[in-house]
Design a protein around this ligand. Structure first.
Ligand SMILES: O=C(O)CCC(=O)C(=O)O
Length: 325
């Protein structure tokens, strides 16, 4: 997929863009069902609402028993971090149009996955927002980077994306972003300070230079991309009968990999989730995880044999076909 000049100009100006029609329904619909069942203890959203709508105290108690990190994936969140072990969700990473967009926004074909996460909120239980409308504004750069923001955002920031699994309208708690703020940190960082790669604003009203926050509404199948330097915040659901779910992947330029390491507790290389995903994935998605491309000198008869042992069921044909004879 080729982004238009206008889309690229919007990206550079705003540090935020929604690209429509990246994922077809046959890919986002099963992913939505999987994240719903993961969020609601095995139920779909309709089933969850029928069961819990009339019992707000009980569902709140259940929600409070869910560990805070799991709540990122919903009130009874199970899997959170990529690879989630939910095939319909993990396979979203393999979409070529999606990877093409990320490469163009990062201005290189050599990109790497920093982190992936289900992000799911739901109106009956949600408390993931600040009390006052001027609070809670921050950048996400510190999630994966030790380094404070640099003036050259196109070179040093990374990319956060949300694969939108259902329509997100104004009343469904769309993220609020200050467009253009990714290029305005010079005047803010010294006043508000930060730690490692992150920064939070204590009071948006003290930041006159920033644009008014605007909501990131989006249609199912689109992808919301934002720079890790973009200032944003959560807002409450206007309509408590809404959910908001996306699958998020963070990408960085391969030449930033020295300092882009996520702080999140991701499934390790030997977990069934990781081994299962890699065994069943594509060379392009594996390259996002750092695997050399087919044709690389790493791939020999001996190393292919070891890969077969390490990743049972893996189809190594593309690597074998590209081997020098
Ligand atoms: O839920 C939202 O809209 C905002 C989430 C947020 O602030 C974040 O992901 O850092």
């Amino acid at each position: 997929m080729q982004l238009t000049d206008e889309q690229l100009a919007t990206w550079r100006r705003d540090g935020s863009i929604v690209v429509p029609n990246v994922f077809p329904p046959e890919s986002f619909a099963p992913a939505l069902e999987a994240v719903e069942r993961n969020a609601y203890g095995g139920l779909t959203y309709t089933e969850y609402r029928t069961k819990w709508e009339e019992n707000p105290t009980e569902i709140q108690q259940l929600y409070e028993k869910t560990p805070p990190m799991q709540r990122l994936a919903g009130p009874m969140g199970g899997a959170v971090h990529f690879p989630t072990g939910l095939p319909a969700v993990d396979k979203l990473l393999e979409n070529d149009d999606y990877i093409d967009c990320a490469c163009q926004l990062l201005r290189t074909d050599e990109i790497r996955l920093g982190y992936g996460q289900i992000f799911f909120r739901e109106g009956l239980t949600d408390t993931r927002y600040s009390e006052n409308s001027w609070e809670g504004y921050h950048i996400d750069n510190g999630t994966n980077s030790q380094l404070p923001p640099h003036p050259d955002w196109e070179r040093y920031s990374y990319l956060l994306s949300g694969i939108i699994l259902h329509d997100i309208d104004e009343d469904g708690a769309p993220m609020l972003v200050c467009r253009g703020s990714h290029k305005q940190l010079a005047s803010l960082y010294d006043r508000h300070g930060g730690s490692a790669g992150g920064m939070g604003l204590s009071d948006l009203r003290e930041c006159d230079e920033l644009a008014e926050p605007t909501p990131v509404t989006a249609k199912a199948g689109s992808v919301a991309f934002r720079s890790s330097y973009l200032i944003h915040a959560a807002q409450p659901f206007i309509n408590k009968h809404r959910q908001r779910g996306w699958m998020g992947f963070h990408f960085h330029r391969a030449d930033n990999a020295d300092w882009c390491h996520t702080t999140r507790p991701v499934p390790g290389w030997t977990t069934p989730e990781f081994v299962g995903f890699v065994a069943d994935s594509t060379p392009r998605a594996r390259h996002l995880l750092g695997w050399p491309n087919p044709g690389d000198a790493y791939y020999t008869e001996e190393s292919l044999q070891r890969l077969t042992n390490a990743y049972p069921g893996i189809d190594l044909t593309p690597y074998r076909n590209a081997m020098a004879v």
